[in-house]
Design a protein around this ligand. Structure first.
Ligand code: SAM
Ligand code: SF4
Length: 375
């Protein structure tokens, strides 16, 4: 499969760019996406679009965001080129496509196919809200997608609609089913819990995921919403998540190496109401991503490319660096490699979010929402 070269496009000024050119990293560093603290990024998150068809309250404003103009967004060919540099020159070993909602992009299947063609062994996954996956799951599998993460915060129509501001629960469930039938597993389900909205539903969500053999991961809500409505006091912490799940299940820490994965995994068994102890066999696992209260920055292996082709070394970075502009100027590949290495070299040690609301003021919410970064 080939991706057609489009006409040259005009580059729009990226609205969030504070500093387009990173300082040079010291000479003599090894080739690759290393930073000053000895970490190496090998896991690439690439946003294929900033657009989305849901309006999750923890992510987007009700009225949506002003979408990037089409010429500002990476073309399929540019995505393939950038991934090629990451994999071929910089040691990227894993790719996750994200957004916004990746499925709204009309040429997504072609993008996956072109990436697979060039990287036969690269794990390529996608994080999606599942809308439209019922029609695309088989095509994506045939194109070479390895697996999917699907976001689902509630199994109740009313709660789902309250959170996403759209009445599409049935369509998301159809997407989960289609992904499962197409073999895009193991399917991971991402859920964000919110106090008084869906926190009490956590055990039911887990029971559902276990029944269908999906791995549920609860993600602590992070301050990346457009409405700036996040508060440390209101968020449901990993400790609380374990407590809520503990009313129905017994969780035992999974001793397997996390290997840079953000989720701490637990083996799940039913709780015997009579004894309070575990009953029956291990039913599966659950993951808890404690990005706020138990951050895993010291083991972070991620490098992010936004839909307009800027490099972000961290979700919470307030600096991002232009890669696409350089590519469009026709810069030699070595220059693109150097830009990416320089941008990652100054990756912050940690996001500082765990201190929010606890007296320390070293965390400033980024301008971008999760959807505009690519979560
Ligand atoms: N639209 C796709 C989706 O929802 O799966 C992909 C992009 S979305 C930004 C990626 C993930 O980020 C989703 O699982 C979503 O639940 C999560 N997310 C968005 N905003 C978040 C926030 N403020 N805190 C924690 N997770 C968030
Ligand atoms: Fe869209 Fe995903 Fe953000 Fe929800 S979390 S608004 S589905 S980008």
């Amino acid at each position: 499969m080939t991706v057609q070269l489009g006409l040259p496009v005009l580059r729009q000024e990226a609205p969030y760019n504070r500093m387009k050119i990173p300082p040079r990293r010291p000479q003599g560093q090894p080739s690759g996406l290393f930073d000053r603290f000895g970490r190496r990024a090998t896991d690439m998150r690439l946003s294929v679009t900033d657009k989305c068809n849901l309006r999750c309250t923890y992510c987007m404003p009700a009225e949506g965001l002003e979408w990037l103009p089409k010429p500002a967004v990476m073309t399929a060919e540019e995505i393939v080129r950038i991934v090629g540099i990451g994999v071929g020159r910089l040691g990227v070993r894993e790719l996750r496509l994200t957004g916004g909602e990746p499925l709204v992009r009309g040429d997504l299947v072609d993008i996956v196919s072109a990436l697979r063609c060039r990287h036969p062994d690269l794990p390529i996954s996608m994080t999606t809200n599942g809308l439209g996956l019922d029609k695309k799951a088989e095509l994506l599998r045939d194109a070479g997608l390895t697996r999917v993460n699907i976001s689902l915060d509630s199994l109740h129509q009313e709660t789902f609609t309250k959170i996403t501001r759209r009445p599409y629960l049935g369509r998301v469930l159809a997407g989960v089913q289609a992904a499962s039938s197409a073999g895009l597993g193991p399917i991971k389900i991402n859920a964000v819990l919110m106090r008084g909205i869906n926190d009490a539903e956590a055990p039911a969500l887990l029971a559902w995921a276990l029944e269908f053999g999906h791995e549920l991961r609860f993600i602590e809500q992070m301050p990346l919403d457009a409405d700036h409505g996040w508060s440390r006091r209101d968020m449901i912490t990993a400790t609380e998540i374990r407590e809520i799940l503990g009313t129905v299940f017994v969780l035992a820490s999974d001793p397997g190496d996390r290997d840079g994965a953000p989720a701490e995994r637990f083996r799940v068994r039913r709780r015997d109401p009579a004894t309070g102890g575990p009953a029956g066999p291990v039913l599966g696992t659950v993951g808890i991503i404690a990005s706020v209260t138990e951050p895993f920055c010291s083991d972070c292996r991620r490098t992010r490319i936004t839909a307009e082709g800027t490099i972000m070394s961290c979700l919470f970075s307030r600096q991002e660096f232009d890669l696409l502009g350089l590519l469009r100027e026709g810069a030699p590949e070595d220059e693109l490699v150097r830009r990416w290495e320089d941008a990652m070299w100054i990756k912050p040690k940690a996001h500082g979010m765990e201190h929010t609301g606890l007296g320390a003021q070293d965390f400033v919410q980024p301008d971008r929402t999760m959807s505009a970064i690519g979560g």
